[in-house]
Each structure stands twice: as structure tokens, then as C-alpha cells.
Unconditional design. Sequence first.
Length: 141
Amino acid sequence: MTCRVVRPGAPVVGKQGLTYEVGVSAETVGAKAIHMQTLTLPPGARGKPHKHERHETAIYAIEGVSGCWYGQDLEEHAWIRAGDYFYIPANMPHLPYNDADIPFVAVIARTDPNEQEGVVLLEDLEGSRAGAADLAAIQRP
């Protein structure tokens, strides 16, 4: 093992329906306990309800604003703005989206070097509170 400079490859669509550019991972550098990538959520994009088993997530927002429903029934909501950090504990159901007219861009780090292996889709939450009517009730920052 040694230090490495990594250039992102082609964008990858994850199980949760979001597009990433992978930087540091088990695959790219042999990482054992971390994964780092960028995420771009175009205007109108919405992920699928999911969680990351046994792995924490840290997000740093570079550009734009994203909403995120979270909690066991997606009953909680947060706005993540450029310059914000957002923490998601292991096994926390969440659903990110972008209802703005500019892309949301963020750097994401996870404690899972294989990132997609720990993703669990939560199809039972697909029709939860995170629908259009609920989005209208949340005031944008």
C-alpha cells in the first residue's frame, strides 16, 4: 500500500438511483475502511429510500440545496445547503432529493470501502411521507 492520486472514472448509478463519481474505494485504491465520492443531484432528481447497513455517512455540500427525508418512517426532514456538513448514522433510512432548479453537488465519505454492498433498498417506504404533498409543506431555506 502507498499513497495514490485518483481521478474519477465514468459516473456510476448506485442501487439507490443516484449518480456518483467514485474516488477512493476498495476497488480504486484497496481502501479497507473508507469510501469517498462526489454526488451530483440534477434538478428534479430523487433517490430511492435506502439505508447503509453498519456504515456511517458524512456529506459536505459544495453547491446547491438538497432535501433529505430520514428516520424509521422518513418522518424527519433536513435541508443541506452549500457549505453544510450532514451526518447519517449507520442503518438510518433516508431519501435525498433536489427540487431546486440548479444541481446539488456534494462530497460523500462512508465507512464502507465497497459502498454499494451495504446499500439496502427500503421499498416499503417508497410511498411514505416523502411524496409531493409533503414536499410542498416543507419550507425551503
